[in-house]
Design a protein around this ligand. Structure first.
Ligand SMILES: Nc1ncnc2c1ncn2[C@@H]1O[C@H](COP(=O)(O)OP(=O)(O)OP(=O)(O)O)[C@@H](O)[C@H]1O
Ligand SMILES: [Mg+2]
Length: 450
């Protein structure tokens, strides 16, 4: 019996005894998710543990420093406040402001703290990355020069995106944002795909992990998932971890696709924290720092001239109540280099992905496509816009053909145009065939692709 314990005793005997003094703070107040700790001097962004691991083996609670006031440190819990008691000890841990990154994350699904949620073994991160990113000079950002293959025909042909571009998918709830992101995550040409599922449903997270973490593409993906019921600072951390992983791989010269579902939920989390700290709400209750948070996250994508790597960013933006003037929509639109608008009308008519092509735009398309291709894309838009503007007239039979040649052509080609925009979720259409199909549809004799 005693020999069975020998190995453990040996291990304990070999362990170095750490007699260095330790600093810890004391929990003095907890109200509405905000903790006040006295006697601690740690920077904002530092992680701490509160209390001792319980006798039942439950780990101590995690918390993050979000500010300080009157000599006290203000912290936010990373979990539930259950079992928190006054006077509990608060110990700092880890390097403040640094997040674990590295190749070990490839093929894994993790939470906002970088811990695995896929049931696999612990991740041994080889490197650390500043959570706020490494700010490069504006001139280190090389321009977008190469087209980016999304695997979705309508996007490839009509709003061609570039490597290193930042794109928003803007739509109301339940119009198909997540499904479209899923299609791009599956079909896009990228060496590494980092997916941040922030503030979404836990069921969607498990579906996503199941679908994308199997098969041969597994080794190129990382999923960072923080569902809606997690603390707001954990949601922000998840978004920062996804962005940091993308930046790390870019610094290694890789072509990264960073997908974030959803940017709006990141803004909501930032709003919760800012309001808790007493910042006044401005536009629709969003304090300025909440909108600044999403601007900073979006700005982290782009091409790096130094490493030759790139981060192409794809972010979903929820247009609350289909309102396109929402402050998050406005901020995202102004900072992004392109947006895809999904329309509830089209979705209700059963056209998926429900891309409203007239309202969607890629700001770099003219730099990366041939003039012939641009002409065709413009023609396509004009036809769709003409049909949509006169749809009611046409449906009522009030339009007499011959009055408007563009509308005549649009009516004649309507089914073909809708079929071009639609694509089953499991299908991948690469860039060249997408452009060729556009040429064939509008009859250019193959000039667009050349
Ligand atoms: N390409 C598609 N093919 C068939 N059905 C689709 C497609 N895209 C979306 N749908 C339908 O629309 C529903 C909602 O889609 P999705 O979850 O992508 O919406 P969402 O915009 O992400 O919603 P939320 O804002 O609530 O997250 C899906 O459950 C599905 O029924
Ligand atoms: Mg969704």
């Amino acid at each position: 019996m005693l020999t069975a314990l020998d190995a453990q005793l040996d291990g304990l005997a070999r362990r170095r005894i750490d007699l260095a003094p330790r600093r810890y703070g004391l929990l003095t107040a907890c109200d509405g998710g905000l903790l006040e700790v006295s006697g601690l001097s740690v920077p904002i962004g530092a992680q701490c543990r509160i209390g001792h691991p319980g006798a039942d083996g439950r780990a101590a609670l995690g918390a993050e420093v979000i500010g300080f006031r009157n000599g006290n440190t203000l912290m936010m819990l990373l979990g539930d406040p259950v079992l928190l008691r006054p006077g509990a000890r608060v110990r700092p841990e880890g390097r403040p402001g640094m997040l674990p990154v590295g190749e070990a994350f490839l093929g894994r699904a993790v939470d906002g703290e970088g811990l695995p949620i896929d049931g696999g073994e612990p991740i041994r991160a080889q490197a650390q990355w500043p959570s706020g990113g490494v700010r490069a000079g504006a001139l280190d950002r090389s321009p977008v020069r190469q087209s980016f293959d999304t695997g979705v025909r309508a996007l490839n042909a009509l709003t061609t995106f570039g490597v290193g571009q930042r794109i928003g998918i803007v739509a109301g709830s339940g119009v198909g944002k997540s499904v479209l992101l899923d299609m791009v995550a599956h079909g896009a040409q990228a060496e590494i795909v980092i997916v941040g599922l922030i503030g979404e449903r836990a069921r969607e997270v498990s579906d996503f992990v199941e679908r994308h973490m199997a098969g041969e593409k597994r080794g190129r993906s990382v999923v960072v998932a923080v569902p809606a019921d997690h603390a707001p600072n954990l949601r922000i951390r998840g978004a920062l971890l996804a962005a940091s992983l993308a930046e790390y791989f870019r610094s290694q010269g890789r072509r990264v696709l960073l997908i974030m579902d959803s940017l709006t939920r990141v803004a909501h989390a930032a709003r919760e924290i800012a309001l808790l700290l007493g910042e006044p709400g401005a536009a629709r209750g969003y304090p300025p720092s909440a909108l600044a948070t999403i601007t900073k996250i979006v700005e982290r994508a782009g091409n790096s001239a130094a490493s030759g790597g790139s981060v192409t960013g794809l972010y979903t933006v929820l247009a609350d109540g289909d309102n396109q003037d929402d402050p998050v929509v406005d901020t995202a639109r102004s900072i992004l280099d392109g947006h895809v608008v999904l329309s509830r009308d089209l979705a209700q008519r059963g056209q998926y992905p429900a891309i409203d092509i007239a309202a969607s735009l890629s700001r770099v398309m003219t730099d990366i496509t041939t003039p012939a291709h641009q002409t065709l894309a413009r023609q396509f838009r004009a036809l769709v816009a003409s049909y949509e503007a006169n749809r009611d007239l046409v449906m009522m039979g009030a339009y007499r053909s011959g009055a408007d040649p563009v509308l005549d052509r649009a009516i004649m080609m309507h089914d073909a145009l809708s079929a071009f925009l639609a694509q089953p979720a499991a299908e991948i259409v690469p860039l060249a065939p997408s452009i060729a199909a556009l040429g064939a549809l509008l009859g250019d004799g193959g000039a667009a692709a050349s």
